[in-house]
Design a protein. Structure first.
Length: 372
């Protein structure tokens, strides 16, 4: 918008008409005091400012405007009929003006100058937007780099822990074998096997991350029944965690078209997380239903819950809830992998949670047949 400041009504009207005829948005002020009030309230690309005015003259108005951080970069063109001497023109530039035009005004020249200032303004605005985008990109890359470094550190620790345990159990096994203590040998073998399974899961997650990044995560899709898959997963998780009661709520009779093994991977991740982050509880609930042509599966726990601000980030790569990062081990990639699997089935993932009351991690996938 352009602000015209002139104490002569005829000048205001004529300039306003010319500029509006060329599709410029125009505002007017008949005194320096009124102009300052408008500058405080509105943003202007250009101010056309008469020098000779009662009260505050144009130079004083320009100096006052330069003190406003909001309007400091606004372009000012001075118009003057009387003060055409070099010292007045110099004062105009030193007061913050970018141009000084003497009256009578050549409207063609004024229009060219106005268009030039608008073009400069647009270019400047675009440069600022580009600069902001670059700064945002730099900040994003810094955060991503920090997350990657943190992940490498965590991954190294998580991989080293089971390896160290296996090494320790192998040493104990060696001693037990020499003593002929079969019972102790079996116990150490079982513990070593458990640690090797943890190591295998970590390596599988790392391989999945690599496949996702390179676009090589393969899917073997076919029709299968979700309730049958779910019953099998519940049985496996229940055997591994006999202290937990896993309840299934609802059913889904329609077949699902997808990669059964990968969907199973997601459900196992949701269930193991539900148990892991629910210390002091003994029950999780699995909700299953058909909903508007889609299948809904949600795993509800009654554990620690997640703060609302962090719920949007739990499916991000390498994200770990700060309050639980020390208390609970993990790479922070299981939910990211799960989200990618569901998204590549045309579905969506989400979480509903209240701190101290628990969470429900869920996914929707479309009920489509192989032919569809």
């Amino acid at each position: 918008m352009i602000l015209i400041v002139d104490d002569t009504p005829e000048n205001l009207i004529s300039l306003k008409k010319v500029l509006e005829a060329h599709n410029f948005e125009v505002d007017t002020a008949s005194s320096g005091e009124e102009a300052l009030k408008k500058v405080l309230r509105n943003e202007y690309v250009l101010i056309i400012l008469d020098v000779q005015m009662p009260g505050m003259d144009g130079f004083e108005v320009a100096e006052a405007i330069s003190g406003y951080s909001k309007a400091r970069e606004t372009a000012i063109i001075f118009l003057s009929a009387a003060n055409t001497e070099l010292r007045f023109i110099t004062k105009g530039y030193s007061s913050g003006g970018l141009d000084y035009i003497t009256k009578p005004v050549d409207m063609d020249v004024l229009l060219l100058k106005v268009k030039t200032f608008y073009r400069i303004y647009e270019q400047s605005r675009k440069l600022i937007e580009i600069q902001k985008a670059l700064l945002d990109e730099i900040e994003f890359r810094k955060k991503a780099e920090n997350k990657k470094d943190e992940f490498i550190s965590i991954a190294s620790h998580e991989l080293k822990t089971p390896l160290t345990s296996v090494k320790g159990y192998m040493q104990l096994l060696d001693r037990s074998i020499d003593k002929g203590d079969v019972t102790t040998v079996k116990r150490h073998l079982q513990k070593a096997q458990t640690q090797l399974e943890k190591l295998n899961e970590l390596i599988a997650d790392l391989l999945d991350i690599s496949k996702i990044e390179s676009g090589k995560l393969k899917f073997n899709k076919k029709n299968f029944m979700m309730h049958e898959l779910l019953d099998g997963v519940i049985e496996i998780i229940q055997q591994s965690n006999p202290e937990f009661k896993i309840l299934k709520n609802g059913s889904a009779s329609a077949p699902v078209y997808g990669d059964e093994m990968r969907i199973e991977q997601v459900i196992i991740n949701f269930m193991t997380n539900a148990i892991k982050y629910s210390p002091g509880t003994s029950e999780i609930l699995v909700n299953l239903r058909n909903e508007n042509g889609r299948l809904y599966l949600g795993v509800r726990d009654f554990g620690i819950g997640i703060d609302e601000k962090q719920q949007q980030s739990v499916f991000d790569k390498f994200f770990r809830v700060e309050e639980t990062a020390i208390q609970f081990q993990g790479l922070g990639i299981g939910l990211y992998i799960s989200a990618e699997i569901i998204r590549r089935h045309g579905g969506e993932v989400g979480v509903k949670s209240t701190p101290g009351e628990g969470s429900e991690f869920y996914f929707y996938i479309p009920l489509t047949s192989e032919t569809e």
